[in-house]
Design a protein around this ligand. Structure first.
Ligand code: FMN
Length: 183
């Protein structure tokens, strides 16, 4: 693809395919290189308990405190989250890979049984909050926007917990290059 000259020098020697066409596999390979915190998104209420492991989580605004998390529309849990109207986002500690595996479905547990590992309490909204999480956000579900394959769930953060930093050992569980890492 030819491009207009830009406000920067173009080095003809650097002729690698910088602009590879983006399709689903190349996109997945690119995003696999982006380190992300591993969170468990959990809910409870009239529709029952549920939760899933996620990396598609980010801040939206601090006024009012607002986050988003993306849930695949194939998951039967979409209705659980919609009907409960509350959820938490729990950033896992480095040692909690087993909890990540349970909530990712790797251990084949039905969603309500994924809470067997870890100690849980309830936030102000009634959402389950993981006691060992490094950070937990207690959210009201204020909007759900379907985008491509996923539902973007918007959460208004009502309460939160923060664990103090730990020295001299890994603190947080990340996902990078299709495997867990600890920092
Ligand atoms: C590291 C990691 C990150 C994940 N991130 C997401 C995510 O952001 N959104 C999502 O919908 N599923 C994500 N998944 C997959 C879900 O955790 C998995 O599909 C889970 O089983 C959903 O529960 P359900 O299928 O019983 O509803 C991730 C899995 C792993 C291991």
């Amino acid at each position: 693809m030819s491009r207009p000259p830009g406000p920067f020098p173009v080095d003809p020697a650097a002729a690698r395919p910088v602009f590879a066409p983006a399709d689903s596999p190349s996109f997945r390979n690119a995003l696999a290189r982006v380190p992300a915190a591993v969170v468990v998104v959990a809910t409870d209420g009239p529709a029952g308990a549920g939760g899933f492991t996620a990396t598609a989580f980010t801040s939206v605004s601090d006024d009012p405190p607002t986050i988003l998390v993306c849930l695949n529309r194939k998951s039967a849990q979409n209705e659980t989250f919609r009907n409960n109207g509350v959820f938490s986002v729990n950033m896992l500690a480095a040692e909690d890979q087993a909890i990540a595996n349970d909530f990712a479905g790797f251990t084949k547990l039905p969603a309500p049984e994924r809470f067997r590992a870890g100690d849980w309490t309830r936030g102000i909204t009634g959402a389950p909050m993981l006691l060992r999480a490094r950070v937990s956000l207690d959210c009201e579900l204020v909007d759900i926007n379907p985008v491509a394959t996923h539902n973007v769930m918007i959460g208004r953060v009502i309460g939160l917990t923060i664990e103090p930093p730990v020295a001299d050992r890994p603190e947080v569980l990340l996902y990078h290059d299709r495997r867990y890492r600890e920092i």
